[in-house]
Design a protein around this ligand. Structure first.
Ligand code: ADP
Ligand code: ASP
Ligand code: MG
Length: 440
């Protein structure tokens, strides 16, 4: 069996959705197709939810109407059979009525998650109607029937495996299953999600759970590029990456993959392919245990990083100091990305500053605390790069104009990370493109 995941732009226009139907019927493999919401929908739902939370119900109502109008137009272009069109409109009416009713209920986090789930629920239902119109045999497999999180909000792969296997056995004659990416049930049994961009994570979890032959991530670009194409003009696709390399790139900002999306496939050794719906014959990127080659493969950047420096003369030779510092972060469930130490100070970075005030207050018990917000981590990723001669020289030659705040080298053989002010990110990515890849 295989898993095919299609992102927002791949289903964002009726014509694109029709192309997806062709792609999933191009072979006879039994498959689970994972869909995102139509592009723009989750952003709109986030906005609607924030407006409701802020008590701005009129504005929220306006946004709901705008979104609803887009969907009615979408259905008219997607379907031609009158009965299926009226079925689709009934579905739209149900989901938009739900959003309108929510306007009258007091806001809660659980309600927010319900609002955010509407995008994937809608895209999958509409896609199934199109498949029905095309007489393509299929079955909708609701993600909320098998995707679950534990009390730490981590996916329960064991449970997902059992539930999916039961469902697949129950429907053993179904060749194509359609399911929602992103959404899940949490440990309280409520609707929840795998965070923004989480459909990639859903696909990888499903692929791992069913031990798929391959997990195909179909998107709007021909694979993982060597640099961020949103920032740098000249980038090129990478043919092959190891799971480690792909995981580092995803974690350190390559938006094409959700940060956590590699580990399930890696753990169960399912190859991942990144493919382009706009150009299905393009090679894309193959991600397996094999790296293919050594040396620098790509750079990526992650924004909204906060650097925290704790300076303490008492730290000198004091064992147990770092443990106390880490315990503060652990207490506030805030993970550390980069760390550097000297005899009198330790600097760490975090990408989630919800508890920054509390963390700062507690760290002040151990020394002077300095905070730098609005930083970016730029990561240089490649198989064995820390052992590849020349990389460090080329790297530092390329960025001699950049005020680098921290460097992390040797933590993994596949990654060198730099912390720089966000305002220098574009310049740094451009300089590295020229210095490491010879691309201007
Ligand atoms: P989808 O909606 O299919 O999930 P995303 O927008 O989440 O698609 O991811 C694809 C986008 O990721 C590309 O359009 C590209 O702009 C962006 N991107 C960022 N870094 C990279 C990279 N290194 N290689 C390829 N794409 C990247
Ligand atoms: N629709 C969700 C988002 O926009 C999940 C995804 O597209 O992967 O974040
Ligand atoms: Mg995505």
């Amino acid at each position: 069996m295989k898993v095919m995941k299609f992102g927002g732009t791949s289903v964002g226009k009726p014509q694109r959705m029709k192309e997806v139907a062709k792609l999933i019927t191009a072979d006879d493999d039994r498959k689970i197709v994972v869909l995102s919401a139509l592009s723009g929908t989750t952003n709109a739902l986030v906005e609607i939810s924030s407006l409701i939370a802020a008590g701005d119900r009129n504005e929220a109502k306006q946004k709901i109407w705008e979104l609803e109008a887009l969907y009615y137009q979408f259905v008219d272009e997607l379907l031609s059979d009158d009965q299926l069109i009226s079925e689709a409109k009934k579905i739209l009416a149900e989901h938009f009525e739900f959003l309108t009713i929510i306007l009258k209920i007091s806001f809660s986090e659980a309600l927010n998650k319900d609002i955010l789930a509407q995008g994937e629920l809608l895209s999958t239902k509409l896609f199934c109607l199109y498949l029905e119109e095309q007489q393509i045999p299929h079955r909708l497999l609701p993600a909320l029937d098998f995707m679950t999180l534990d009390t730490q909000d981590e996916p329960q792969i064991g449970t997902i495996k059992v539930k999916l296997s039961q469902l697949l056995t129950k429907h053993k004659d179904t060749p194509i299953f359609i399911t929602q990416g992103y959404i899940t049930k949490n440990a309280k049994g409520e609707v929840d999600n795998l965070k923004r961009g989480g459909s990639d994570f859903s696909a990888s979890l499903i692929a791992a759970a069913i031990n798929a032959d391959v997990c195909e991530i179909w998107t709007d670009i021909d694979g993982m590029h060597n640099n961020d194409p949103r920032v740098v003009k000249t980038t090129r696709p990478i043919e092959q990456l190891s799971f480690e390399e792909a995981a580092e790139l995803a974690y350190f900002g390559a938006k094409i993959l959700h940060p956590a999306s590699i580990w399930p496939a890696q753990f169960y050794n399912v190859p991942v392919k990144l493919l382009n719906t706009m150009e299905p014959s393009a090679k894309g990127t193959l991600i397996t245990e094999q790296a293919g080659s050594t040396g620098v493969k790509a750079v990526a950047a992650k924004d909204n990083i906060t650097a925290i420096k704790i300076k303490s003369s008492r730290m000198l030779l004091a064992y147990g100091f770092l443990r106390k510092v880490f315990e503060v972060f652990e207490k506030y469930k805030t993970s550390i990305d980069m760390i550097t130490t000297s005899e009198v100070a330790v600097s760490v970075t975090i990408d989630n500053d919800i508890y920054l005030n509390e963390i700062t207050r507690e760290l002040e018990a151990y020394g002077t605390v300095e905070i730098d917000t609005n930083q970016s981590i730029v990561s240089i990723v490649g198989n064995e790069i820390t052992e590849t001669k020349e990389v460090m020289r080329k790297l530092f030659d390329a960025i001699h104009d950049i005020p680098v705040r921290m460097v992390s080298y040797g933590g993994s053989r596949h990654n060198i990370s730099l912390l720089i002010p966000r305002s220098f990110k574009d310049q740094t990515l451009g300089a590295l493109n020229a210095g490491l890849f010879g691309l201007e």
